[in-house]
Design a protein around this ligand. Structure first.
Ligand SMILES: Nc1nc2[nH]cnc2c(=O)[nH]1
Ligand SMILES: [Zn+2]
Length: 471
């Protein structure tokens, strides 16, 4: 039996198109969570008739979820870069720059995840809190520990969060208490990867319904190769990861950090004197491709944007972290104009906040500072390009744009029929205080984006299954 959803839907169609659909009627298959059809402009009194015309007879077996006035259904949000073992450090560290922050706070915390039971306790809360905050897909760095990172993958699968989970590779320039040899990095990466064979595609176990997708949907939880960054991975490990990624088709996803902080860029150039740029290091080892997520990219030059764009890699913009760790203000406009895919990341615990909303707000603010400073520092015509990010762009980055970094844009990111139903029901927790009857659905939505939190996320669905929410 399918489930029907009726009410106001808001989703992104592109960087410039935010579509608002009042009185939409959406049908989701209960076998595979796929959106079978979407009808626009259906009054409440017409639900039964429209459903019948589409072949769905409303009887006791069909659930109809009717959104109330002031409620909005939007796609689930996608955190394209976060570190699961760093959540206990959230909020700390604003006095540091990246490399000192890693040594003082981050490596000692991550080392604690050698204890698998500690990892289980923390990861259980991380995944639960992220789902309730509306993060239906997350790209997680784990620690360097194989077993604890398997636990993280299992927890995502159990709780129903769509996720990419990576065992962190780091075989040099790390403290003796938290590092691995090149040999153990390679062998534990192979062993960690084998764990994912057990997560199967939903369409391979049932016949599915309604979807015209010819390729089976990937498993909910997928592996992502995770060289920490060029500083802490030897050329041998970088080469191993490049080869491993391309040993499968489609290639295995890759995530790493790029050009976050000036001292990091400088040190990387010293370590790889034969590479002209930092991005060139990753390119040399075949790490840049459509399945690659590059976090931060604050200090890129034009050549680097060009190679990232050419290879089809995506950038995870992490503005809360970039601000908190004094890394700088990334110019997202330049990335977009170079044709690069951009999503949002929390980068916890460099970023201090759970869920994508704070990143979206900070992305808006930082883009304004970038536009003001470029307008003030140059009279060249190019300064006209530096517009602050618009609401459609911001929401695109939080949803469909993030999906494209994960190579999932044909599966999730909006409510087009054939996609999987990853969705949030926004229900203002304090109606009358910050929303009232005069607000249009667009206004409720905008207020939620800029002032709301997980108390206002009543339901969270991934692949049609309810996996969280405050209701
Ligand atoms: N923000 C951030 N940058 C990094 N670069 C290398 N490791 C890290 C990390 O854990 N967080
Ligand atoms: Zn990070």
């Amino acid at each position: 039996m399918p489930t029907l959803y009726h009410g106001t839907l808001i989703h992104s169609l592109s960087l410039t198109q935010l579509e608002v659909l009042p009185n939409a009627l959406l049908c989701v298959s209960d076998t595979d969570g796929i959106i079978e059809w979407l009808e626009r402009g259906v009054e409440g009194s017409e639900i039964q008739e429209v459903a019948a015309r589409k072949g769905v007879i409303l009887d006791g077996g069909v659930e109809v979820v009717v959104l109330g006035k002031g409620e909005v259904l939007c796609p689930g949000m996608i955190d394209t870069h976060t570190h699961a073992p760093q959540y206990p450090n959230n909020g700390l560290g604003q006095q540091y720059q990246l490399l000192e922050w890693l040594d003082k706070l981050t490596f000692p915390r991550e080392a604690m995840f050698a204890d698998v039971e500690y990892a289980r306790r923390i990861y259980d809360q991380v995944v639960k809190r992220n789902l309730n905050a509306g993060t239906t897909t997350a790209c997680y760095y784990g620690s360097l520990h194989d077993e604890s990172t398997r636990v993280l993958a299992d927890i995502c699968d159990d709780k129903g969060q769509r996720a990419f989970v990576g065992k962190c590779c780091m075989d040099r320039n790390c403290p003796p208490t938290y590092t691995e040899t090149t040999e153990s990095c390679i062998s534990s990466t192979k062993s960690w990867l084998s764990h994912f064979d057990k997560f199967t595609s939903p369409s391979s176990s049932d016949s599915g319904s309604g979807s015209d997708q010819s390729v089976p949907s990937p498993p909910l939880v997928q592996p992502i190769l995770t060289p920490r960054f060029a500083i802490s991975t030897t050329p041998e490990v970088l080469a191993f990861i490049g080869k491993l990624a391309h040993s499968r088709s489609p290639s295995i996803a890759i995530q790493t950090h790029l050009s976050e902080n000036p001292a990091e860029v400088e040190f990387t150039k010293q370590l790889f004197p034969d590479c002209e740029t930092y991005a060139g290091v990753y390119d040399k080892y075949d790490l840049l491709g459509p399945g690659t997520i590059l976090a931060h990219c604050v200090h890129l030059d034009d050549k680097e944007r060009e190679v990232i764009s050419k290879r089809g890699a995506g950038i995870s913009h992490c503005p809360t972290s970039n601000t908190h760790l004094n890394s700088g203000a990334a110019d997202v406009g330049k990335m977009l104009r170079a044709g690069i895919k951009v999503g949002l990341g929390t980068d916890c615990g460099g970023g201090y906040a759970l869920g994508i909303l704070p990143s979206l707000r900070q992305a808006a603010g930082v883009s304004r500072f970038v536009s003001w400073s470029s307008a003030g520092s140059t009279a060249s015509p190019s300064s006209c390009d530096a517009q602050p990010l618009s609401l459609p762009q911001l929401f695109h980055m939080a949803t469909l744009g993030g999906a494209s970094l994960c190579r999932l844009e044909s599966r999730i990111g909006n409510f087009l029929p054939g996609k999987e139903f990853d969705a949030l029901r926004i229900k203002p927790a304090s109606p009358g205080m910050w929303t009232d009857d005069r607000d249009s659905p667009e206004e409720v939505f905008e207020k939620w984006l800029f002032t709301g939190d997980d108390r206002d996320v009543a339901d969270v669905w991934v692949r049609g299954r309810r996996v969280g929410g405050a209701a």
